[in-house]
Design a protein around this ligand. Structure first.
Ligand SMILES: [Zn+2]
Ligand SMILES: [Zn+2]
Length: 105
């Protein structure tokens, strides 16, 4: 086989691998940005208000005052629950490795 042809084929295979990896990275970025839990209305503050009865967590304390209906499912909001996060968000997204916590495995 012509050496040039072999090299071209090799390049094509590598290109495909890179493209697949790029796609996976973009997908992960999507997941991470969704985990940020920004308020869907102002897109600035962290969501901290839960609507009942639909249980959607999708607004911050500032935007919730303008809402009568859940903007995700359109159901009437009967109660607004204030949500507190139990841990620092960074600690949730980047938890320390178990070995750094001093546990003996
Ligand atoms: Zn907001
Ligand atoms: Zn809802």
């Amino acid at each position: 086989m012509d050496i040039l042809l072999i090299l071209q084929n090799e390049n094509k295979t590598k290109e495909k691998i890179i493209q697949t990896k790029m796609r996976k990275l973009l997908h992960l970025e999507d997941i991470l940005s969704n985990m940020e839990n920004k308020c869907r209305i102002c897109m600035e503050k962290e969501v901290n208000r839960l609507f009942l009865p639909c249980k959607h967590l999708a607004s911050c304390d500032e935007c919730v005052v303008f809402l009568k209906f859940c903007h995700i499912c359109r159901s009437t909001i009967s109660t607004v629950v204030s949500v507190l996060y139990c841990a620092d968000r960074d600690a949730v997204l980047h938890p320390p490795h178990i070995s750094s916590l001093g546990y003996k495995l």
